[in-house]
Design a protein around this ligand. Structure first.
Ligand code: FAD
Length: 359
C-alpha cells in the first residue's frame, strides 16, 4: 500500500511552523503539520516579548498580556540607559496555539504528539511516530520548523547550530511597569539578563555562552535575590524554564532536497538579543509562499526563498555574530568590564550599529 500524500509537511508547530502551515493552507495547499509536543506551545520556553509588527498575531483571545514601551539597559558600571522599545508581552502558549488553530481553520491537518523520526529525502517520504504507532507520509515540500536542535537537519546530515543556554524564572511583580530591564555584565558572558513584566508577574532570566559557564542557577538566583531586596519582585518562583538559542547566524544550507529551513532551525534567531519569534513567523510565511510557487511550476522558487532570507536577515545576523565574538574575545580581560565594550555589543546603543563589523 502506498503512503498517503500531502503538498507540504510542516515539522514543528512553534511560531514558525504555525505561520507556515496557516499561510500554506490558506493558499490552498494540502498541509500536514506535526509537533511532538502533546499540547501545542507547552512547555513555554520564552520571555514572551514580540515586536509591534507581530501584533496581528496577538489578537486571539488570551494571547495579549501587556504593552512594553521602553528598555532600560544596565551597564557593568551600574549606569542605566533608557531607550524606547515598543512591543507586546504575550502568553506564548496561547500565541502558538492560535497560529496552529488558524492553520487548522484554513484546512491543515494539525497533529500534536507526532514526531518526525526518519526521512527519505530523495523520495520525499517522512516516517512519523504517534501514540498509535508509526506511519509514512509522502510530501512534495517539507518545512523544517523544528527549532534549534532540528531533527530534520540531523536526518539530512547537516551540522548542528551553535547555541547559548538560558534559564528563566517567572516571579510575582510587586511594582508593575511597562519597560523591560536588561543587565549587561561580565557575570553573563556571551549573553545578558532580562526582566520582562507580564501583568502581575515577570519573566526573569539570563542567557550565557556554554563555553564560558555551565552554572546559570547561581547568577540567576543572585539577581533574583537582589530584585527581591529592592522590593521589585517576590521571592516565589512560579515557573521555571530555559532552552537553547541559536547564536551562530544563518544556517549555511537553508534549502536542500525540497526541504526549507525556517525560524530557529534556520539559525534566524538574533544572536545578541535571542529574539526569534518575528523571524520565525516571517520565514514561515515566506517558505509557504515559496512552496506554493514551486508546486505551481516555478522551479526557482525554493532557491529564491534562501536568497530572500539572506537578503532580509543576513546583514543584521552577521553584525550580531560579530558583536558577540568581539565580547567573547575580551572575556577574562579588564576590557570586559568596560561599559564601552558592552555599548558596542548591545542593540540599544548607537555604537552597536556604527562600529565597524570585523569578521
Ligand atoms: C528562554 C528563552 C526566552 C526567549 N525569549 C524570546 C522573546 O521574548 N522573544 C522572541 O522573539 N524570542 C524569544 N526566544 C526565542 C524564541 O522562543 C524562538 O526564536 C522561537 O520559538 C523560534 O520559533 P520556531 O518556530 O522556529 O521554533 P520553536 O518555537 O522552537 O518550535 C519548534 C517546534 O518543533 C517541535 N519539534 C522539534 N523536533 C520535532 C520532531 N522531530 N518532530 C515533531 N516536532 C518537533 C518542537 O516540539 C517545537 O514545538 C526565547 C528563547 C528562549 C529559550
Amino acid at each position: 500500500m502506498s503512503a498517503p500524500e500531502c503538498d507540504l509537511l510542516v515539522v514543528g508547530l512553534g511560531p514558525g511552523g504555525g505561520a507556515a502551515a496557516a499561510a500554506a493552507a490558506a493558499a490552498g495547499l494540502g498541509v500536514v503539520a506535526i509537533d511532538r509536543k502533546r499540547e501545542i506551545g507547552v512547555p513555554v520556553q520564552c520571555a514572551e516579548f514580540i515586536p509591534l509588527p507581530l501584533s496581528r498575531h496577538a489578537m486571539a483571545p488570551g494571547v495579549l498580556e501587556q504593552r512594553i514601551s521602553g528598555m532600560t539597559s544596565m551597564l557593568p558600571s551600574g549606569a542605566a540607559v533608557d531607550t524606547p522599545f515598543s512591543g507586546l508581552m504575550v502568553d506564548r502558549a496561547a500565541f502558538d496555539r492560535a497560529l496552529a488553530a488558524a492553520a487548522a481553520a484554513a484546512g491543515a491537518a494539525v497533529q500534536a504528539a507526532t514526531s518526525l523520526v526518519a526521512l527519505d529525502a530523495d523520495a520525499g517520504i517522512a516516517r512519523l511516530r504517534a501514540s498509535d504507532g508509526e506511519s509514512m507520509l509522502r510530501y512534495r515540500v517539507l518545512v523544517a520548523a523544528d527549532g534549534p536542535h532540528s531533527t530534520v537537519a540531523r536526518l539530512l546530515g547537516l551540522p548542528a547550530l551553535r547555541t547559548v543556554n538560558t534559564r528563566q524564572y517567572t516571579v510575582p511583580l510587586l511594582q508593575p511597569f511597562d519597560d523591560t530591564d536588561i543587565w549587561l555584565s561580565p557575570d553573563y558572558p556571551g549573553g545578558y539578563a532580562w526582566l520582562f513584566p507580564k501583568g502581575g508577574n515577570a519573566n526573569l532570566g539570563l542567557g550565557m555562552d556554554p563555553r564560558a559557564c555551565s552554572d546559570m542557577k547561581t547568577p540567576l538566583d543572585r539577581l533574583h535575590r537582589a530584585l527581591v531586596a529592592e522590593g521589585r519582585v517576590g521571592a516565589d518562583i512560579l515557573a521555571r524554564t530555559g532552552g537553547a538559542i541559536p547564536v551562530g547566524g544563518l544556517r549555511d544550507t537553508l534549502v536542500a532536497d525540497r526541504v526549507l529551513f525556517i525560524g530557529d532551525a534556520a539559525g534566524l534567531t538574533h544572536p545578541v538579543t535571542g529574539a526569534g519569534i518575528s523571524a520565525a513567523v516571517a520565514s514561515g510565511e515566506a517558505a509557504a509562499a515559496a512552496a506554493q510557487a514551486w508546486i505551481g511550476g516555478d522551479s526557482a522558487a525554493l532557491a529564491a526563498y534562501a536568497e530572500d532570507m539572506v537578503d532580509q536577515f543576513g546583514e543584521s545576523l552577521q553584525r550580531a555574530v560579530a558583536r558577540r565574538a568581539e565580547l567573547m574575545r575580551i572575556r577574562g580581560t579588564p576590557d570586559f568590564a568596560d561599559d564601552a565594550a558592552h555599548r558596542r555589543g548591545w542593540i540599544a546603543f548607537d555604537d552597536y550599529y556604527r562600529a565597524p563589523v570585523l569578521i
